[in-house]
Write a protein that binds this ligand. Structure first.
Ligand code: LLP
Length: 436
């Protein structure tokens, strides 16, 4: 029996409901593989972060890290919920602009923003540029000078804190490609350069310590570290930071072994740590910004697949193959990420066997789950993989020239297609015949 699915997620037919819609009907109407988001869950998640800040009377921004799932519809929902967003490419920025996302609430991240990306950001008047390195300071200075513009900036620093998480997704340790190093004095040097440029309005400092983090310690540590840096900057350079941005990384439950804290608990600890440290250092309380990605969209997403072929070898765990795989969710192959999957027509059906849930891609590593308990399944059955909303569609590929799936938003019993399924024609859309 799956612990994540509660009785209120089942309809009279016993089918899994997503956003009040019958998952089997969604699969039939839109086809599979299909990504479905329960939109109210996205809204609730943003609200629960915001609520803690409001209750503590702290100036803040909940900046959705849109790399987790970027689509026009998603930027619309984030806008409606009063979130900020961060973007990391011209493509994400373009999508946010197409969604009419309030541009002053957009932050632009990235460790190698191109000149064109910075030009686009400045021409569209994005809220904040998160400066990552010295090259960017020069490039941005040139772009601002040419356009006679100015912009709010923050400096990303490498805080030297490594979060306890999968090593592939650590970014906060000293040996990281992101941000200005503290120990060697690079962050101080960057600050001086930015303060010397009247076109760059220095707002504060940023750090991101990793992803899928369960412990408070890392966040408390980074909050403390950033306040220490802020105090040092005040003492040394007379500059007082107005914003402290502790990044994202709040962990979610994928499988029973995951025990994440509630968003409230993370935010509460961060606020407390920053309050305590600023009071000790005699700094005025800054605005606190956070950048959750996974925790906002992960639990709200479901991947629906249809069962196809099967391979049974005596003595080996069977392979049950679905019509998607690493093209729509690379995370199991890339990070050994685990998910839970249920039979959509009867999520609470007793488990009959443990199988390898295989994808259809031509690669042995294309296994969506190594050990999934399932009832008996037949070709044509619809499976729902849970908690797939973060970094699934956004990392999708056309490997083997498979089209990327459609994405549906479901809310209050109504479903809407928000990203169409790629067609075969789409797949050759950019191809040009070679004249040989
Ligand atoms: N802020 C910054 C500066 C980041 O680099 C990231 C994620 C976030 C916020 C959001 O982190 P979240 O709250 O989503 O953990 N593809 C990997 C995750 C890469 C995360 C990269 N940075 C995965 O599928 O697990």
């Amino acid at each position: 029996m799956n612990q994540q699915i509660t009785a209120d997620q089942l309809n009279d037919a016993g089918h899994l409901m997503i956003g009040g819609c019958d998952s089997i009907e969604l699969a039939h109407e839109y086809g599979t593989p299909l990504v479905v988001y329960d939109v109210s869950q996205i809204r609730q998640q943003i609200r629960s972060f915001r609520r803690v800040f409001d209750a503590n009377h702290v100036d803040y921004a909940v900046s959705y890290a849109s790399k987790a799932f970027a689509a026009i519809a998603m930027y619309q929902v984030a806008a409606a919920e009063g979130a900020h967003v961060d973007v990391v490419s011209a493509g994400e920025l373009y999508t946010a602009i197409k969604a009419d996302f309030p541009i002053e609430r957009v932050s632009f991240h990235g460790n190698n923003k191109s000149r064109e990306e910075l030009e686009m950001a400045i021409d569209h008047h994005v809220g904040t540029i998160m400066i990552d390195n010295f090259h960017e300071i020069e490039l941005l200075a040139t772009v601002l000078e040419e356009r006679n513009e100015s912009v709010d900036v923050m400096l990303r620093i490498t805080p030297g804190i490594s979060a306890h998480t999968n090593k592939y997704i650590q970014t906060g340790q000293v040996d990281s490609k992101f941000g200005f190093d503290l120990q060697s004095g690079q962050a101080d040097e960057a600050l001086q350069k930015v303060l010397a440029n009247p076109r760059m309005k220095m707002r504060g400092l940023h750090a991101h310590i990793g992803s899928q983090i369960f412990e408070l310690a890392g966040f408390e540590g980074v909050a403390k570290k950033l306040v220490e840096v802020a105090a040092h900057w005040r003492d040394e350079f007379g500059y007082e930071a107005q914003v402290i941005n502790v990044g994202g990384g709040f962990g979610i439950r994928y499988v029973a072994a995951d025990h994440p804290l509630k968003p409230e608990e993370f935010v509460d600890a961060i606020i407390k740590a920053i309050k305590k440290e600023t009071a000790e250092k005699g700094l005025s309380m800054p605005a606190i910004w956070i950048e959750p990605g996974r925790s906002i969209v992960g639990p709200a997403g479901y991947n629906l697949y249809t069962v196809g072929s099967r391979k049974d070898v005596p003595g080996l765990k069977p392979y049950v193959t679905v019509d998607g795989g690493m093209g729509d969710n690379i995370r199991p192959a890339l990070y050994q990420a685990e998910y839970e999957t249920v039979l959509a027509s009867n999520p609470q059906a007793p488990i009959k066997e443990h199988v390898r849930l295989a994808g259809k891609y031509c690669e042995s590593g294309d296994i969506l789950a190594q050990d999934q308990g399932l009832p008996e399944t037949q070709p044509g059955d619809v499976l729902a993989m849970l908690d797939t909303g973060a970094y699934g569609y956004s990392m999708a590929s056309n490997y083997n020239r498979n089209p990327r799936p459609a994405v549906v938003f479901a809310e209050d019993g109504k479903a809407q297609l928000v990203i169409e399924r790629e067609s075969l024609a789409d797949l050759v859309h950019l191809d040009r015949k070679y004249q040989q």
